[in-house]
Write a protein that binds this ligand. Structure first.
Ligand code: COA
Length: 179
């Protein structure tokens, strides 16, 4: 699998699965009726952030967006977002994108990565982020209107990038809770 910076022309490959994931209504706070143009301007980040795509056998199967979580004095903490084409989920694309993202953020000089709104019922994502060393700092109750489950929590998840290098073998490690 190749993970590379997204080019403008990649949007037409990303948009169909972006729209599908948003329409399912279980993982992202985008409006159901979001337009391609609005989604594109939100997802196709420019410097200092970056948008990447995962390409498998010439097909774009996923994408991630990475950049500062806040401007100015909060810009040393990164954030990221991930979408994998539902036809390619569960095949390691998300983990590969997440490992790339963590490595990019660490080598770019960010001190930590924060996810601001991980839907509490998104078991696959929560489990993936935990396996990569993220912890749940807090859960905002009933902050997400899940299409199937109704009002559910949104986790704020956090991982320092200073403690140790990101290693592939880390995928199976669990973070020791802070004392
Ligand atoms: C979440 C998402 C990015 C994960 O990508 P993916 O390619 O499906 O995930 P992977 O195949 O790399 O799986 C990685 C890990 O996720 C976990 N996982 C995935 N699906 C799971 C499920 N249904 N139940 C439990 N764990 C699951 C496993 O821990 C798996 O670990 P493994 O590598 O040891 O098998 C992807 O499913 C997606 O785009 N979902 C819709 C949008 C979304 O939820 N984005 C994230 C918002 S926070």
């Amino acid at each position: 699998m190749l993970i590379r910076p997204a080019e403008a022309a990649d949007w037409e490959s990303i948009w169909p699965f972006f729209r599908e994931i948003v329409t399912i209504g279980e993982t992202y706070c985008y409006p159901d009726q979001i337009t391609s143009e609005s989604a594109r301007s939100s997802w196709m980040t420019e410097a200092p952030g970056i948008t990447v795509v995962a390409e498998l056998e010439g097909r774009i199967v996923g994408s991630a967006r990475i950049g500062p979580n806040r401007d100015g004095r909060g810009a040393h903490v990164a954030t990221a977002a991930f979408m994998v084409d539902p036809r390619s989920q569960g095949e390691g694309v998300g983990r590969a994108l997440a490992e790339f993202t963590l490595d990019w953020a660490r080598t770019t000089g960010y001190r930590a990565m924060q996810f601001n709104a991980v839907v509490a019922t998104n078991i696959g994502a929560v489990s993936l982020w935990k396996s990569l060393g993220f912890e749940i700092l807090a859960t905002v109750p009933e902050a997400f209107d899940h299409a199937a489950d109704g009002l559910v929590g949104l986790h704020i998840m956090y991982r320092s990038l200073l403690d140790r290098p990101i290693l592939r073998s880390e995928s199976s490690m669990r973070r020791v809770p802070r004392g």
